[in-house]
Design a protein around this ligand. Sequence first.
Ligand SMILES: C[C@](O)(CO)[C@H](O)COP(=O)(O)OP(=O)(O)OC[C@H]1O[C@@H](n2ccc(N)nc2=O)[C@H](O)[C@@H]1O
Ligand SMILES: Nc1ncnc2c1ncn2[C@@H]1O[C@H](COP(=O)(O)OP(=O)(O)OP(=O)(O)O)[C@@H](O)[C@H]1O
Length: 269
Amino acid sequence: MISFANAKINLGLSITEKRPDGYHNIETIFYPVQLYDVLEYNEAPEFSFEAYGIDIPDGGDNLCTKAYDLLKKDFPNIPTLSIKLLKNIPVGAGLGGGSSDAAFVLKGLNVLRKLNLTSEQLKSYANRLGADCAFFIENKPLFAEGIGTKFSEVKVDLSQYFIVIVKPEIHISTAEAYSNITPQIPKVDLKRAIQLPIQEWKYYISNDFEIGIFDKHPIIQQVKNLLYEKGALYASMSGSGSAVYGIFEEKINLDDLSHLGKIYYPTEI
Ligand SMILES: C[C@](O)(CO)[C@H](O)COP(=O)(O)OP(=O)(O)OC[C@H]1O[C@@H](n2ccc(N)nc2=O)[C@H](O)[C@@H]1O
Ligand SMILES: Nc1ncnc2c1ncn2[C@@H]1O[C@H](COP(=O)(O)OP(=O)(O)OP(=O)(O)O)[C@@H](O)[C@H]1O
């Protein structure tokens, strides 16, 4: 069995409160983008995990292995698997690649072994693997609050636009990014602001991680500015960075920015 685990971008992100458990309450809109890792599962005499493509930690540290172990504990009869991951989604990018891999392993095993877990049950397993993980269970545009795992519907459709992602060669640790933030009450109601014409988003919709990260890594701000100069209707860093996306009205080639980072053009497969 093969699954394609896509990335996400955040449309707006406010960090509203530090919680006693060390996590932060946030408000954001998750939006799936068509940039994929590929997962292949085969039954095998022994469990194995192999990763190809972009370098990531393997062994027990990998979120795919963690997702498998989690289900295996509750469903000892699931077969031993060999999991192969072709890693394309950049890491430390704010694109949720590791979380997506984990969610797709949960969903894959659910189908493969006919476990009949509901979406809610899958989300509760996902929540044990990381805050971004549960979004990838439903994998559709969603407003999220709490630590990013309490969802509600939001109407936003970017299918008529072209999204380009630039990933500077900077790896950002999510935990470190959160530790440098002073939470604040959001100035804007994100769910309402997202209903404005996209040309107006730049005046109202922002990502609280940007200021601190731009201070530390001015090149990321430069990328954002250049995306606007190239005609982006909206541009923002995704999650805790370092990837920056631009939303364009028309197909655009930004390969001339490749000295600033790797350029991705998410597409349907
Ligand atoms: C920045 C975002 O990508 C926005 O979607 C997410 O909030 C991050 O989600 P994630 O990478 O799945 O995060 P996790 O792997 O659960 O947590 C990594 C670390 O980030 C911090 N963390 C994460 C999520 C959150 N709401 N508050 C936090 O303070 C915690 O220090 C945690 O130890
Ligand atoms: N399958 C995996 N793919 C990518 N990273 C993984 C995976 N498994 C474990 N990791 C670890 O998780 C860390 C975060 O990876 P990930 O790509 O999810 O983060 P990110 O780009 O910061 O996205 P976000 O903060 O939005 O979740 C990596 O630095 C790596 O150490």
